[in-house]
Design a protein around this ligand. Sequence first.
Ligand code: ZN
Length: 242
Amino acid sequence: MVEFLYMKDSYLKEFDAIVTEIRNDTVILDKTAFFPAGGGVPCDTGCLVRNGTRSDVTEVAKRDGQIIHTVQNNGIKLGDAVTGFINWERRYVLMRNHTAAHLLASIFYNELNVLITGNQLGVDQSRMDFSMENFDRSLIEKVFQKANEEIHKNHVVKSYFMKREDALKIPGIIKLAAAGTQGNDLAHFPNTPELRIVEIESIDIQLDGGCHVKSLKEIGKIEFMKAENKGKNNRRIYYTIN
Ligand SMILES: [Zn+2]
């Protein structure tokens, strides 16, 4: 079973691993800090280095409980010891966007009783879809204002593992997971005895397999860019962080 290093430490930028499988242009490792795409969160990129020779990692995906790294392979072979390097600039922006998405989703839910139905995070801008009867721009602006107030309070963000049965008893914990948003779908943890929780202290608690910052101030400022009205079950907003 592969070890998901990014779930234990989102700030891990490099790691040593052994190549356990090679198939065409893909490599599987015994452990990895590369986050695979999932739930609207893009994957990491970076490289694997073997004996000083670099092979770029262009895509990372999760399949059948394995993390598949697509590489431009410069001589990596089965059983090799490699060092993985995460493209940290990209990852850190995505981490800040991801925590921002949780913060916004919880405020939409708590203040307006609105559920997020989908999202797509990006380095330059992120998108969120939700169902909302009353699509009022001033309400959306208030959500962003409140989000920035909470960032100013700098709440701690922590992740930890919990027994599956205990985690599933927490009220609301899978309210968003059902929609498969934000990387927090139960499919990320098939039949595992423990589930991973990401908590923004005194604001939000969710099942989540992704990478987050340690405190809200790291997000910076969340800016509402634009809203699109695609029918009451498909409102769409765009935001960016800076
Ligand atoms: Zn998430």
